[in-house]
Design a protein around this ligand. Structure first.
Ligand code: FAD
Length: 338
């Protein structure tokens, strides 16, 4: 059995210092709803956990001024039900409320949600017991071992952003909404603080699917910010899943619009459940900007998002499903009050 130690940080600086002291095999832990799961499966094997769920002030939800700012350890529930978020940014609220279950959202944090790992069944199975080693190779879990999903049971796999090494879907709903809203992530690490756009936070799998995030060792997500925009009002998050009570997306779309009468002036469209990272679609956006939004135009835009899609044997359905989810979300967003 591997020894595991635990410490509690009460400030972001203390958390970073504790990480540096513990070395590379430390992990931050917030709600624990993903990390404990992965530890039980034998996929994550930290030797030290740094509890960041009690850091003073890092749960703040600030809505004054030009930006919305959510502390990295703010609970998914608290952000989803913050009045400004509910009333003026439905895309954010809906992405959180359609994720996981109420019990999980009461534990899980918006920072931890960004860093949760894929639900690809080949990634999650095969690490635990000695008898399973090598049965389901996975490049994300064991770099260079192969990808069991390619040519395997690929119903849930991605059709966008895939590589020869990996087709695992990015699991989170909230990051898809953040992608549509051009969010930025505030980080604190051993080298100091920095801010990066959410679009740069995630890495395509390429030949190194084990490297999923553009994070330096020991960096802590201290906050997530969004510049206030009128597009928040005409926004929505649509998600199709196997069961409505709780399940990960088969296909989802975050849409936010600014309109002049019936004409779309600005469109922000991002996809989930179909790609290896939260996925923005400039092609879909270009098709609706400058035109009035008919159902036909909305479906054309949805299909444009999948022009470069590549499917396997069982996941081709995601291409038409994803296009229709975008189309429905566009119509819903356009009908919302500005
Ligand atoms: C049954 C079930 C169903 C679910 N369904 C959905 C769903 O439909 N949609 C969805 O989006 N999610 C879903 N989830 C996932 C859930 O939303 C995530 O597990 C949760 O958001 C992770 O947050 P956490 O605070 O518990 O993170 P933790 O489990 O504590 O941590 C997750 C990862 O983030 C790191 N981390 C945590 N906080 C920070 C920080 N501030 N800075 C740097 N690193 C940090 C940890 O080291 C770890 O690597 C589901 C989970 C379960 C168990």
């Amino acid at each position: 059995m591997q020894a595991l130690s635990y410490s509690v940080a009460t400030s972001a600086e203390a958390a970073v210092a504790q990480f540096a002291e513990a070395g590379g095999l430390a992990r931050y832990i917030a709600g624990g709803t993903n990390l404990y799961d992965l530890m039980k499966l034998g996929i994550e094997r930290p030797i030290h956990l740094i509890d960041v769920s009690r850091i003073d002030g890092m749960d703040a939800i600030e809505t004054g001024g030009d930006v919305l700012r959510f502390g990295g350890r703010a609970l998914m529930t608290d952000v989803a039900y913050a009045p400004v978020v509910r009333e003026q940014y439905p895309v954010l609220s809906e992405s959180l409320l359609k994720a996981a279950s109420q019990q999980l959202r009461n534990m899980a944090t918006v920072g931890g949600n960004l860093l949760q790992r894929t639900r690809c069944m080949y990634f999650r199975n095969g690490a635990g017991s000695a008898s399973m080693v090598g049965v389901y190779p996975c490049n994300k879990r064991e770099p260079g071992s192969g990808c069991s999903a390619i040519g395997g049971l690929d119903r849930n796999q991605a059709v966008l952003g895939t590589s020869e090494a990996c087709t695992a879907v990015a699991p989170g709903d909230w990051p898809v909404a953040l992608m549509a809203m051009d969010a930025t992530i505030e980080l604190l690490g051993p080298e100091g603080s920095r801010i990066i756009p959410v679009a740069e936070f995630y890495r395509l799998p390429g030949e190194t699917p084990d490297r999923e995030f553009n994070l330096h060792p020991g960096e802590l997500v201290t906050a997530i910010t969004i510049r206030k925009t009128h597009a928040g009002l005409k926004s929505t998050y649509h998600k199709v899943r196997d069961r409505e009570s709780y399940a990960f997306a088969l296909a989802s779309a975050a849409v936010a619009l600014e309109m002049d009468g019936a004409t779309v002036r600005v469109a922000r469209i991002a996809l989930g459940g179909v790609a290896t990272t939260p996925w923005r679609s400039p092609a879909a956006e270009a098709l609706v900007v400058g035109s009035s939004l008919t159902p036909e135009r909305a479906l054309q835009a949805g299909r444009a998002a999948f022009t470069d899609a590549r499917s396997g044997e069982h996941n081709a359905y995601k291409i038409e499903l994803g296009a229709r989810v975008i189309a429905d979300a566009l119509i819903t967003a356009a009908e919302r009050r500005a």
